[in-house]
Design a protein around this ligand. Structure first.
Ligand code: OOG
Ligand code: MG
Length: 262
């Protein structure tokens, strides 16, 4: 029996080059590549290592496909995670040039900033106790795949479509934040484009954090104090174009915003 060996590094390089050159590539799974979910995470980590070798620093993690709206929009019904680096940060109130992006989209999220490390199977209580700040956030996605279409393993290998993210000031977790059902609104140029609730993410986004800790542990990783964790889009993502102003407002948490330029 011959077993095909997955060339993790060359697949990571293919996606990394697509990111750097802002071009789109066919889905890996549709171009004759077969690999497992665990292998897809190895490709993802190899891509992150390439970023780190260019001087980027890991600042957090993201969960994806954690709400029905996102699952329905993307047609992939399994939660995934990705890595966030300092180069992906857009300052709250800052601007993002879309020149190097292929087909950007934006989605509203709740972000946690951790005050403690978190690893493996934890209770909701333990996960919540690791949170220092609860923040409104916007994630800018930019799949490296043609037509923003992918299967589960493709999107995992592609670092969960991550491109950039904005985290608002938020509030200290110790102040008690009712995330069971906080209303959430995303606007573009002052017009409401999505409305939702923090309940859309597993009835409470802390469950996304628990899942992140557990999934990461399966691959030998852990969340660290100081890191940010994006818990996943609470609504569908919306296409982004240059010259826009985007804002998310989350009840009890405040807002986060940024502008897009050419
Ligand atoms: C995959 C990334 C999903 C989320 O918040 O659900 C994600 C995609 O939609 O391209 O970031
Ligand atoms: Mg997201």
């Amino acid at each position: 029996m011959s077993m095909k060996v997955v060339d993790v590094d060359s697949l990571a390089a293919r996606l990394d080059d697509a990111t750097l050159q802002a071009h789109r590539v066919p889905m890996l799974s549709a171009s004759g590549e077969t690999f497992s979910e665990d292998e897809a995470y190895r490709i993802q980590r190899a891509g992150v290592a390439r970023r780190e070798s260019r001087g980027e620093r890991l600042v957090g993690m993201k969960m994806g496909l954690t709400s029905r709206a996102k699952i329905k929009q993307m047609g992939v019904a399994m939660p995934i995670y990705g890595h966030l680096t300092d180069a992906m940060v857009v300052a709250d109130g800052g601007s993002l040039s879309l020149a190097r992006l292929s087909h950007p989209r934006v989605e509203p999220e709740v972000a946690f900033i951790l005050g403690r490390d978190l690893q493996g199977a934890v209770t909701p209580q333990q996960a919540w106790e690791a949170v220092a700040w609860v923040c409104p956030a916007l994630e800018i996605l930019d799949s490296r795949y043609e037509n923003f279409k992918f299967n589960l393993v493709d999107v995992i290998a592609d670092n969960a479509s991550s491109s950039h993210f904005v985290v608002g000031t938020g509030v200290p977790a110790r102040d008690g934040v009712p995330l069971e059902c906080a209303g959430l609104v995303m606007e573009i140029d002052g017009a409401v484009v999505q409305t939702g609730s923090t309940a859309a993410v597993y009835d409470h986004p802390v469950r996304s954090l628990m899942l992140q800790a557990a999934m990461l542990a399966r691959h030998g990783g852990a969340l660290r104090a100081g890191q940010v964790v994006l818990t996943g889009g609470a609504t569908e993502a919306v296409p982004l174009s240059p010259g826009r102003w985007v804002r998310v407002t989350v009840e009890g948490l405040g807002e986060a915003s940024f502008r897009t330029t050419e």
